[in-house]
Design a protein around this ligand. Structure first.
Ligand code: SF4
Length: 481
């Protein structure tokens, strides 16, 4: 156990080194903010994104009205979630889909493993499934001895590296073409150059074989339409289509917040998601899945299971202040504009959802006390709120999380520091007595500055401590001529 200065919270705190999510975040952030290569890769990718995003925003007749309409539609969906989920499930079942409800991640894993076991399946090909990262599905499936292959190119790359996705939309954005060439040559015994087309063909050759032999196709979803009982998946590689079309059994894992009331809502949400997510006017493939293969149809899975996942989303729904965090369409735009994300990178967060939206929802999904530090990993510049296509006020929610964290379980040092602060600042006589010690302390500070004896070490190792004024206002007033 080690005594550490908790910079974000401004208190002394005890932490178990290496074991707390806060400590890991702090250590990883320090490494990556000094890694100029990493920062250059990420900043270059995001600069290109900004150019195409702005162009696609310009294609909307009125982008501001589109955002407002999207926010209102999501408000309607989330505030009548019980009604729309019922409608969705009824319509899915009407076309032969088996609907499962999972309250927790563990239940969802058990349901999915149960289906795979029942089918006596061995190999699973996956696509578009950030929600499965949330419930650590790959780990559970591999533990059961199943072969799991991610088919999205970026996810395939990070799976080969045994890493989690770096970003909700760009899972391998932290890698260069050279990194991927080296990885493919090592892991797939390919002999390719760093030409993107060549690298894609290497992955394609491997993945095509996996599709052909897969017993189960596993997907996530972008939206679920209550009115028609359909699931909408958008992608750029066609891999989700193959995942859904070739294996005999398809399983879709869906967070309950993905529901939209009407089919026509997609006319707004598909271009909005593409614009905010990748800067495209529309994503390459937009497919609606309406059920397993129907009589007379020539392709599609024989069986389709949809697992509707709660995993503490209803707890967030019960919070009137932050309920609109469930409006999120996982476009990743708030990550792209966040100065913290751009410097510390996606893996540093240690969560499935990183960046501002991750910092808002992770304390709800995984517990406030362990993840409260994420609310402090923000400059509160408001760029995330400004860019969000469904108008979630993320910066405000980060402040609310800070308030909730300190109200729920303030640390001993946090409480004592503020009690001392209040005690001194409410007693002018005492303040007058103590103020000169502050100035003396500042004079002596250079003796310990930059060493571990410095109580403000976390701050002063990279920044100057603020100067205490040479005299108080009262002294100045008294001494003025
Ligand atoms: S919070 Fe908004 S900007 Fe961030 S991922 Fe969700 S929808 Fe996109």
């Amino acid at each position: 156990m080690e005594l550490l200065w908790n910079l974000e919270l401004g208190t002394w705190n005890f932490f178990l080194r290496m074991s707390s999510p806060f400590q890991q975040f702090k250590e990883q952030a320090e490494v990556l903010t000094h890694d100029l290569r990493h920062r250059d890769i990420v900043q270059t990718a995001l600069r290109k994104y900004e150019v195409v995003r702005d162009k696609s925003r310009g294609a909307f007749q009125d982008y501001r009205t589109a955002r407002q309409a999207a926010a209102e539609t999501k408000w309607e969906a989330i505030n009548h979630l019980d009604k729309y989920l019922d409608q969705l499930a009824t319509n899915l079942e009407a076309r032969g889909t088996k609907v499962h409800w999972a309250t927790t991640g563990e239940q969802a894993r058990d349901i999915i493993v149960g289906i795979i076991r029942e089918k006596k399946a061995r190999s699973i090909v996956k696509s578009k499934a950030m929600t499965s990262e949330e419930i650590h599905l790959n780990h559970a499936l591999e533990h059961e001895g199943f072969e799991v292959v991610e088919s999205d190119l970026g996810e395939f790359i990070v799976q080969l590296r045994k890493e989690a996705p770096y970003h909700i939309v760009f899972p391998a954005m932290h890698l260069t073409r050279g990194d991927i060439q080296e990885l493919f040559n090592r892991e797939l015994k390919s002999n390719s150059t760093d030409n993107p087309e060549e690298l894609t063909m290497v992955a394609r050759r491997v993945l095509r074989q996996k599709y052909i032999h897969a017993d189960i196709g596993f997907t996530g979803a972008n939206f679920a339409i209550a009115e028609t009982g359909m699931v909408s998946i958008t992608e750029n590689e066609g891999n989700a289509r193959l995942t859904a079309a070739l294996p005999k059994t398809m399983i879709t894992l869906l967070g309950i917040e993905k529901v939209l009331p009407r089919l026509e809502d997609l006319a707004l949400f598909l271009p909005l998601l593409a614009t905010s997510g990748t800067g495209q006017a529309l994503t390459g493939y937009n497919t609606m899945y309406g059920g397993p293969r129907q009589p007379g149809e020539s392709d599609g899975p024989e069986e389709w299971h949809v697992v509707l996942l709660d995993n503490r989303r209803t707890e967030l729904l019960a919070d009137p202040e932050q309920r609109d965090a469930l409006h999120c369409i996982r476009c990743g735009a708030c990550l792209n504009v966040c100065p913290i994300f751009r410097n510390v990178g996606g893996h540093t967060y240690g969560t499935t959802y990183s960046g501002p939206i991750g910092s808002v929802i992770t304390p709800h999904l995984r517990g406030l006390q362990d993840w409260k530090h994420l609310s402090f990993s923000s400059s509160l510049c408001g760029a995330c709120s400004e860019t969000c296509p469904v108008k979630i006020d993320l910066a405000h929610h980060l402040l609310q999380n800070r308030r909730n964290a300190s109200a729920q379980k303030p640390s001993f040092f946090w409480k004592t520091s503020f009690k001392m602060f209040s005690f001194i600042f409410n007693r002018p006589g005492l303040y007058k007595l103590i103020a000169p010690f502050g100035r003396l302390g500042q004079k002596l500070h250079p003796l310990v500055k930059g060493t571990k004896l410095d109580p403000a070490y976390s701050w002063t190792k990279t920044r100057e401590a603020p100067k205490i004024a040479p005299q108080t206002f009262k002294e100045y007033w008294r001494n003025r001529k």
